[in-house]
Write a protein that binds this ligand. Sequence first.
Ligand SMILES: Cc1cc2nc3c(=O)[nH]c(=O)nc-3n(C[C@H](O)[C@H](O)[C@H](O)COP(=O)(O)O)c2cc1C
Length: 267
Amino acid sequence: MNENLTTKLPRHKAKSSPELDDTPPGRFSDGDRAGLYKAIYERRDVRSEFLAKTVPEDVLARVLLAAHHAPSVGFMQPWDFLVIRSSPVREQIYDAFVSANEASAEQFEGERQSLYRSLKLEGILDAPLNICVTCDRNRAGPVVLGRTVAPEMDLYSTVCAVQNLWLAARTEGLGVGWVSIIQRQALHDILGIPQNIVPVAYLCLGYTSRFYRSPELAEKGWRQRLPLDSLVRFDGWDSTQESTHLSDSEETLLERIRQRQKHFDFF
Ligand SMILES: Cc1cc2nc3c(=O)[nH]c(=O)nc-3n(C[C@H](O)[C@H](O)[C@H](O)COP(=O)(O)O)c2cc1C
């Protein structure tokens, strides 16, 4: 293997005891790990707290480059990033949001609809910058490695790019809000996106006055985070979590998850 093309990993020392030296090769330093977990747990969907402050080009370049380093099926890299600053364009997108949101509100009933209507679900005009992330489904030709039996993998790849962008933005102190309540055709029409290109994500991005500690939808009583231990299954969908059926390691895993989520102790 060409050494120049690989990340240098520390050589494994001869093991004296597993406790003294069980650091997996390639593991990040504690500080680096803490930084990554911090970005993951402190990332939020931002809607209301955007500041007018300009996002410098070098910061935006870092965030877009992080998005571009996402995994993609067959290394297809099916994404494009439409950077939108124009107020008239954002106003058209906002109008498209308002009509889609009105129709969406009607789908909820009673108190749920009142709560829905009280939520602010976009920051299109408040954020100085919007980014539409698209997927070119033909980028790598008709047959793509890894996509032969699951054609939707290019869309999933594009979502991976969005997540990279979201996390990188958080480390820069930038908030990102994903607005999905816009008819896809409106995005095609307003942004001139060809019909064979799929708009995957419409994002609002900018510096923010604060980040919510927990998801805003949880804080406002819309929906709470589910307990992870109830979502982990073993060796198939029908595995039961009754303790009699769990192996020691399965039980230990669930217990560790419960402890961590109770104390918000992720590191
Ligand atoms: C695919 C996708 C679409 C979303 N669409 C919207 C949206 O239209 N409006 C909105 O306010 N939030 C939207 N969100 C944000 C979610 O509401 C948010 O991620 C969730 O409530 C958890 O909060 P957090 O991101 O702050 O952890 C979307 C998120 C995803 C992943």
